[in-house]
Each structure stands twice: as structure tokens, then as C-alpha cells.
Ligand binder design. Structure first.
Ligand code: BEZ
Length: 386
């Protein structure tokens, strides 16, 4: 009798479908983004883009409904470890999506690497995340700081600048952006004659603008974004430098900021992996969907949020929603061509997008794409495929 019961139980177990996940278990996504401070608008745009893609997929990825847990990281590296640990240890999230600031993302990458939690970075370009720290479970849907900087270095040299002064916030994003610019610009025969900086998120630009006026370079290269970019472009014009000394930068200088910068941004050249007037079917449908959902036009940050959700969906489609299958998720994302509003892109060996860098010019309220500055530009990270 006893033996019959055991055999029946074994037979039933063999027939039962393999179920790694409890039925109906929601996918917990931890959004760690700046919702306050100089990068608040960037965090908001990323979340909107991410949610738009989810809505297009009927609210599910890998067959699982999504629930969000949100943390405002305030773009503060000092609070970053505590903030990311709240998501991983307290809230037990399945995936972390974040963040904007390169200093904050370093702590997130460390925790993701140590805990094995899947991390998709929808902005922060810190080279180390897809370089020294890269891992099977860490991906970026945006750029590395080096990429748009390098593209603009080539453009500035081709446009005939010989002597350039750089000015930025003193942290990884500014340093690496200037590094990329300098590498290409000096290769093209130019010279960076002075590197100016101020602490993040300071906006006391006046003394530095006075120094630039005295140095009289051919051009200025700058990395600022969000609220800081608005103020810098306005102060540059107010100091009488606009029209006298060419101002170049990665597209963060004028993306999502043109309403506030007004005529002071007119004519500026920038390089970035997105822009206005791409006129592709994918970008048109994305823009129409975004405008319908939010009553606003998207910017590069919205695109990066949208593509972070696409990458997550691609990875989890391969595992039917099982986040524990890291190697399968990585293989699926690494092999994908992502159908982005920016144009299709692939994920390189360091888990960073390999993508075109557009040359854009501000015309009215648009960052009009006027050409491709660098085609299929890959980050020089050493690669981390397992
Ligand atoms: C960064 O910190 O990596 C960053 C912030 C804003 C725009 C671009 C890069």
C-alpha cells in the first residue's frame, strides 16, 4: 500500500510541468533614478520611456506583470550604496534599472556584481561599468561617456579648431567626456590648451567664463546636462562669448533643455546617439506614442529608458521570465539587434551599445540631425563576455 502511494506521487511529480516561478509572480523592477536635483528631469524622462515600452507590451515582460519600487537617488554618490541596498536587500527586486549619474552608478554596479542582480543602466556613462567592472548581469542601454566626446573631437578637428579649452563638472562623466574629446581632437591635429572644472552640481560659471574670454581659444568643449546645461548655455551667451568662441559638447548640453535655453542655444553643434528629424518609421511611432501618453516630446533620456525596457524584455523572453538564468539572458541580449528610435543598435562585448553618433545643430526648439559624425562607434572597454 505504502509503495503504491510513493509510486503514484513520483508519477504525478514527473507529469507536473516544471515550474521555476510561482504562478502569476510579478516581476519586481527597482527604479533607482534622480527624482530631485539638477538631473530630476532626466530621471523622469527615463521612467516615462521605460513605462511606454511596457504599455506597448500589454504591461508584461517575459510573460510576467511588472511592479515597480522607486528610489530617488538624488544624484548623490554618498547615498548610493544605501539606496541600492534598499532595493536589493529590503525590497528583493528582480531587476534594477538606473541611474543617471556616473558616480552613483559605480555603487550600483558593485552591488549588482556582488549580488548577481540584473542591472540595466539607462544613462550613466561611467567607463568602468562596462570596463573594469563589467559583468554578465550588467548592461547599458545608453552610451559610455567616451562615445559622444570622441565623436565631437573628430568634428571639432574637421571644422578647423586648433586650440580648445574644456570646461565641465569634476566627476567621472565630465572627465571621461573630455577624455574622449581630447583623444580624437588631438589625433586630428588640435590641442587642448586648458581643462577647467568645478564641483558637481555647482553652477558658479562666471569666473571660469572670464578665464575663457582671456584665453581666447578657437572653441570650447563642455560637458553639462540637465539644469546645469541650461544655466551654462545662458551664462555663456550673457558673458558675450556666443558667436565669438564656438561652443561644442555632447548632446546632453541641449537635449531636453531647449525650452529653457531659448535663443541662447540657437546654432549650437553637438554629437549624440539621438536627435530630431530622424524620420524613421520606428522613431515616428515612438514619438507619437510618447506624445499621446505624456503630452510632451521625448528626448534622448526617454529613448534610453524605452530601450532599457526593450533589452529587459529581450532577455526575459529567452527565459520565460526567469531572472535567475543569467547566462541565457546575457546571450539573448548580446545577440539582439535592438529596434531603437535612435536607429537599430547592437550590444558590444562590454555590454554597451555599438551605435551611430549623430552631428546635430540647434534650430529653434530642435536638435536637428545634420549627419552622422561616427558610424557604429563602440566603446573601447576591454569586453566582458563570459
Ligand atoms: C553621467 O553622470 O554619466 C551623465 C549624466 C547626465 C548626462 C550624461 C551623463
Amino acid at each position: 500500500m505504502k509503495r503504491t502511494i510513493i509510486l503514484a506521487a513520483l508519477a504525478a511529480a514527473a507529469l507536473a510541468p516544471m515550474q521555476a516561478l510561482p504562478q502569476g509572480a510579478k516581476l519586481k523592477v527597482g527604479l533607482m533614478l534622480p527624482y530631485s536635483g539638477t538631473y530630476a528631469a532626466l530621471g523622469d524622462a527615463i521612467e516615462k520611456g521605460f513605462r511606454l515600452y511596457l504599455t506597448e507590451q500589454g504591461g508584461k515582460v517575459g510573460g510576467r506583470e511588472v511592479e515597480f519600487v522607486k528610489v530617488d537617488d538624488e544624484s548623490d554618490p554618498a547615498k548610493a550604496t544605501d539606496n541600492v541596498n534598499k532595493l536589493v536587500k529590503r525590497d528583493n527586486v528582480d531587476v534594477i534599472v538606473g541611474t543617471v549619474h556616473s558616480g552613483v552608478v559605480m555603487a550600483m554596479a558593485k552591488v549588482a556584481k556582488d549580488s548577481g542582480t540584473l542591472l540595466i543602466v539607462p544613462n550613466a556613462g561611467a567607463g568602468a561599468v562596462t570596463g573594469a567592472m563589467c559583468a554578465q548581469n550588467i548592461f547599458r542601454s545608453s552610451f559610455s561617456n567616451w562615445q559622444p566626446g570622441y565623436a565631437m573631437g573628430e568634428v571639432a578637428a574637421k571644422r578647423g579648431a586648433k586650440k580648445v579649452v574644456t570646461i565641465t563638472w569634476k566627476y567621472a562623466a565630465g572627465d571621461e567626456s573630455v577624455g574622449g574629446f581630447k583623444e580624437a581632437f588631438e589625433k586630428g591635429g588640435g590641442q587642448v590648451v586648458k581643462e577647467l572644472s568645478l564641483p558637481f552640481p555647482g553652477v558658479e560659471f562666471q569666473p571660469l567664463l572670464t578665464e575663457i574670454a582671456a584665453l581666447k581659444p578657437d572653441a570650447v568643449y563642455t560637458f553639462f546636462a540637465g539644469g546645469g546645461a541650461v544655466k551654462f548655455v545662458k551664462d555663456y551667451a550673457a558673458a558675450g562669448l556666443k558667436g565669438k568662441i564656438a561652443l561644442y559638447g555632447p548632446g546632453f548640453l541641449t537635449d531636453g533643455t531647449l525650452e529653457a535655453q531659448g535663443a541662447d542655444a540657437d546654432g549650437l553643434y553637438t554629437t549624440l546617439h539621438y536627435g530630431d528629424g530622424l524620420d524613421t518609421p520606428k522613431d515616428k511611432s515612438f514619438r507619437a506614442g510618447y506624445a499621446k501618453a505624456y503630452g510632451a516630446q521625448p528626448d534622448v533620456y526617454s529613448v534610453q529608458g524605452y530601450d532599457a525596457a526593450q533589452m529587459l524584455a529581450i532577455g526575459l523572453a529567452a527565459t520565460k521570465g526567469d531572472v535567475s538564468k543569467k547566462a541565457e539572458i546575457a546571450k539573448a541580449i548580446e545577440g539582439a539587434k535592438i529596434d531603437s528610435p535612435r536607429g537599430p543598435f547592437t550590444i558590444g562585448a562590454s555590454h554597451n551599445p555599438v551605435q551611430d553618433m549623430y552631428l546635430r545643430q540647434v534650430v529653434g526648439k530642435d536638435n536637428k540631425v545634420i549627419g552622422v559624425a561616427s558610424t557604429a562607434l563602440a566603446d573601447p572597454g576591454r569586453g566582458c563576455r563570459m
